[in-house]
Design a protein around this ligand. Structure first.
Ligand SMILES: NC(=O)c1ccc[n+]([C@@H]2O[C@H](COP(=O)([O-])OP(=O)(O)OC[C@H]3O[C@@H](n4cnc5c(N)ncnc54)[C@H](O)[C@@H]3O)[C@@H](O)[C@H]2O)c1
Length: 280
């Protein structure tokens, strides 16, 4: 008999990389995703280079009766990634979900192409793209053996828009390409890989980072971003990203691989248009 309600990722072992969050007034994408997987029955390993931030997420998971474990690792370091993934496999016996959330832009000193500093560029690419390549390097052999696994990579609509800075944009284009490559080369093993492109979200990474970097009021930054969003004229939240991730990581999406899902309130439909009739 089917139960009235089944947990959507019940008993799955999920690793959320960057599952802590930057301090701020709202919840971040990584933390919301970790909590959402846990609410739906997954055991979640919350990985972050800021252990306190990871532990805060785990405390929230525990407070709702879920299972979380905070793990400190810097995903720009291959050996730390390797250790974290092998330990997870040893302790839990398998890895079902890899959610790659880490990503930085302004905080890494990104800039317009004529101003870009080589060190900042290398650092942003290493945090945003190389980290995802190396988590995949170590998790895929485990998933191949299991003949099962779901990878969710967090990209950005910045790939398609006239984004002001260079490193973030190209790193996220790389994330999309990485996801397709992993998807096509591992489909035969039952491993799926998909990307989410958040648009304008009301998260600390987007809002508090701009308040700090530009010394502008929070209200002004929020209203400028809200005004660009077709759907109700409001940015999305981290829960919108988390819900999309939950779907892609669950077996409900078992025939979906290699896609890039925009979670952007319709911003991408606006390409070139003003919504007003042209006068010729
Ligand atoms: N907020 C938006 O508007 C928006 C839009 C598009 C895409 N995104 C994407 O969402 C993701 C981040 O969202 P968030 O709200 O969780 O951000 P966040 O900054 O709040 O959280 C990211 C976490 O990653 C951790 N981290 C950073 N570098 C690390 C490293 N080297 N090793 C391990 N952990 C590290 C941080 O400590 C932090 O806890 C990024 O991939 C970003 O590009 C956000």
């Amino acid at each position: 008999m089917t139960q009235l309600r089944e947990f959507r990722v019940n008993e799955k072992i999920a690793i959320v990389i960057g599952g802590g969050q930057r301090k701020g007034e709202t919840i971040g994408n990584g933390r919301a995703s970790a909590i959402t997987y846990a609410k739906e029955g997954a055991k979640v390993i919350v990985v972050d280079n800021n252990l306190e931030a990871a532990q805060d997420t785990v405390d929230e998971i525990n407070s709702i009766g879920g299972f979380g474990l905070a793990y400190k690792a810097d995903v720009t370091k291959e050996l730390e990634i390797k250790k974290m993934i092998l330990e997870t496999q040893k302790n839990f016996g398998r890895i079902d979900i890899l959610h790659n959330n880490v990503g930085i832009s302004i905080a890494g000193g990104d800039s317009e192409i004529t101003q870009i500093d080589s060190k900042n560029f290398d650092y942003i690419l290493s945090v945003n793209l190389k980290s995802m390549i190396f988590t995949c390097k170590y998790v895929i052999p485990i998933m191949r053996k299991q003949k099962y696994g779901n990878i969710v990579n967090i990209s950005s609509t910045a790939v398609h828009e006239e984004y002001p800075w260079i490193s973030y944009k190209v790193s996220k284009a790389g994330v999309n390409a990485l996801t397709e490559q992993v998807a096509i080369q591992n489909a035969k093993y039952g491993i799926r890989a998909n990307c989410i492109e958040p648009g304008l979200m009301n998260t600390p990474m987007a809002i508090d980072a701009r308040v700090d970097a530009w010394n502008e009021s929070r209200e002004k930054i929020i209203s400028a971003r809200d005004s660009k969003v077709p759907l109700k004229g409001k940015m999305g939240t981290a829960w919108d990203v988390a819900n999309a991730a939950l779907f892609l990581a669950s077996d409900e999406a078992q025939f979906i691989t290699g896609i890039t899902l925009m979670v952007d309130g319709g911003v991408h439909c606006r390409v070139g248009g003003s919504g007003k009739p042209d006068k010729h």
